[in-house]
Design a protein around this ligand. Sequence first.
Ligand code: ATP
Ligand code: TZP
Ligand code: MG
Ligand code: MG
Length: 267
Amino acid sequence: MTFLAKVQAQHPLIHNITNMVVTNFTANGLLALGASPFMAYAHEEVADVAAMANAVVLNMGTLDPYTVESIQRAGRSANQAGVSVVFDPVGAGATSYRTQSALQIIEHVQVDVLRGNIAEVAHVIGQPWEIKGVDAGTGEGNLIQIAEQAATQLKCIVAITGEKDVVTDGQSTYIIANSHKILTQVTGGGCLLSAVVGAFIAVADPTQAQERLQAVAEALAFYGIAAEIAYEQTAGQGTGSFQVQFINQLSLVTPEIVATRALITLS
Ligand code: ATP
Ligand code: TZP
Ligand code: MG
Ligand code: MG
């Protein structure tokens, strides 16, 4: 059974601490693919919510000290309860506050999957890379090498997305070629992806490292396929129509379509 089929059958509960830009898009995207989103931030409840969830997705998009504390409480509780944690270090490197907050979070929380653009991941491991707000710029390093170094250093799965998507645990590395660049014109294209990764890792066997890596790779392929089909159906109509059709496709792409269209290769 594919991971998508398991998400559709099990409806995993995904605790999101995310940003105010993408909250509604993220909740609707998770619902579309069959997961059950729960946004909860209060210090009084985040530990309880994280412990009852099937995965926790932590996102630094609109950061403030209250949210950093919410993220750390939720992350620590998830670690204690054995619940998988996905971390999206939105804008790490854009300001020193964001970089310091990302470092503080990874120091206190064992992250299971780090998902970001190349600039964000580079800054989390102390390497330079141009970044403009939340968008990656250009840099000198090698995509696969940065991903593998981050995975080894942080002892987690790393997914770096962009023109090419890479998923690695530091030993096995997959390249995922499904996607469409119009996704970069929809705010939250990366943030929702991190939440979708949460839904897929939630249904993987926690004791099987290879299975967890494959779940993340399948999440990226599924997401890219939904974008490809949404673009095919709305070409020339603009990014608003694409966004609506993309949510539709997250609910319409089947495990059979994923099996036929997925472009996942070992690097
Ligand atoms: P950024 O803030 O730099 O846009 P992000 O966090 O939004 O980063 P992206 O790297 O944009 O995340 O990834 C979101 C989705 O967009 C992924 O599925 C990725 O494959 C896709 N994507 C990003 N850039 C491109 C591109 N140039 N061509 C095709 N697909 C892309
Ligand atoms: N500003 C702060 S968070 C955010 C913006 C525009 C959303 C970023 O979303 P994504 O998915 O990283 O493009
Ligand atoms: Mg983007
Ligand atoms: Mg992002």
